[in-house]
Ligand binder design. Structure first.
Ligand code: ZN
Length: 427
């Protein structure tokens, strides 16, 4: 009788009622966005931090011996969530719970700002905080995100708005990344707002961003992307073009906060600059969206943001998918949108933007990884990819999105290591 030689694995997840994953190559557009690969009675084999095989449990148990096995019967395995847009780093004193009441009473964003609230409150707190505090608070937030299944997170600066404070925030992000299993992809957003010191002469602030901040950020290798808040009353498309072009010269790929409250041509500018992503997109023109589709710019949609801003409307995800824009999701975690949980965002994508559960899962994993330039190594459960896996305590992927506001995460594997077990951090 022939002796079958079985391959060795470090970890074998087996017996899953479903392994559900989008399948590359990314980005997924149009109909491909909703086409998941679903394996019933599924298993995943992991070796050296990477996925080596995905298949049915009987097949994988025949072909692998594993040092560690994890029985996930009755549960669903999906890729780790990639949160494509957050402002992770700010001092906790910069949270703004008092503003919810003002919003309920009908005060606008500008009125709240005039009362000394809004983003400037967070900026003051963040400027006053030492780097060590920012690191500690980032780590606490990353723990929460990980417990909800996020394994990679994009994180922007933007609450320093001075040379030293922007660098401090980006250094804090780097230290948090080094100390935590969740992967942090840093973005320089020095152009998040015009600070009060520059009120009335925004071009001088643009000049500071371009000639002082960007070279230092690049020199220390503190960011992968450069982002600008392109919006009426914040930065114009001309200012955004200036900053993002300078970023490109320093090797930072562009991202843009585009057309959130009005159509300022942000989507068009993103296409022109071949940005990695344009984010928000509530008010983008059809022409801008078509240009994005043609240029392959990912549209990062953040449904928790208009919800917490009480706008009463959402980005037109269905139209974007129809036009061939690659759609991704993020929390937009920040003091105005205190949401760490990507499962909630997936639900909002379904209930508020009419994406299917399958589309929302692909947008929160593979396409989100693409928005971070990482889709060749994360975002799906395919051999060769990083073993970032989430085990959900539900019998099928359609529960994700459908179930609203409950943490369904049972286990999380990051780079092949079990870091959340039975809902608790064990790293
Ligand atoms: Zn944002």
């Amino acid at each position: 009788m022939a002796i079958l030689s079985r391959r060795e694995a470090d970890l074998l997840l087996y017996g899953a009622s479903e392994v559900a994953t989008p399948v590359g190559p990314a980005p997924l557009t149009g109909r491909r966005l909703g086409q998941l690969r679903v394996i019933k009675d599924g298993a995943v084999a992991v070796k050296d931090g990477r996925i080596v095989a995905v298949g049915r449990t009987d097949e994988l148990r025949r072909s692998f011996t594993a040092e560690e096995e994890l029985d996930v019967s009755g549960q669903t395995v999906v890729p780790g969530f990639v949160d494509a847009h957050t402002l992770l780093v700010f001092a906790s004193e910069g949270f703004r719970p008092e503003e919810l009441r003002m919003k309920i009473e009908g005060l606008s964003y500008m009125e709240i700002l005039a009362r000394g609230g809004g983003i400037m409150k967070t900026v003051r707190a963040t400027r006053a905080a030492p780097e060590g505090q920012l690191v500690r608070e980032c780590l606490e937030r990353l723990d929460l995100m990980l417990l909800h299944g996020t394994t990679t997170v994009e994180a922007k600066s933007g609450y320093g708005l001075t040379v030293e404070d922007e660098l401090k925030c980006l250094r804090a992000l780097r230290r948090a990344d080094e100390a935590h299993p969740v992967e942090v992809v840093p973005t320089f957003l020095g152009a998040h707002a015009v600070p009060p010191e520059y009120e009335g002469h925004p071009w001088d602030y643009v000049e500071l961003v371009v000639s002082e901040m960007l070279p230092k950020v690049a020199e220390e290798g503190l960011a992968v992307f450069c982002d600008v808040f392109c919006e009426k009353g914040v930065f114009t498309p001309e200012q955004a073009r200036e900053i993002l072009s300078a970023g490109l010269k320093h090797g930072l790929r562009p991202k843009i906060h585009a057309d959130e409250f009005s159509d300022t041509g942000g989507a068009r500018l993103a296409a022109e600059l071949r940005a990695a992503s344009a984010d928000h997109l509530l008010c983008s023109s059809e022409e801008g969206l078509r240009a994005m589709a043609e240029a392959g710019v990912v549209g990062v949609l953040l449904p928790a943001s208009p919800l917490t801003t009480m706008l009463g409307r959402f980005a037109d995800a269905r139209r974007m998918i129809e036009l061939g824009v690659p759609v991704a999701l993020g929390t937009d975690f920040n003091p105005n949108c205190p949401v760490e949980n990507m499962q909630l965002v997936i639900s909002l994508a379904c209930y508020c933007m009419k994406m299917t559960q399958a589309e929302a899962l692909a947008a929160a994993t593979l396409n989100a990884a693409h928005a971070l330039g990482l889709s060749d190594r994360l975002g799906s459960i395919e051999p060769g990819k990083k073993a970032d896996l989430v085990v959900l305590d539900v019998p099928g992927h359609e529960h994700l999105g459908y179930r609203l506001g409950t943490n369904l995460v049972r286990h999380v594997v990051k780079s092949g290591v079990l870091v959340v077990e039975n809902g608790e951090l064990i790293y």
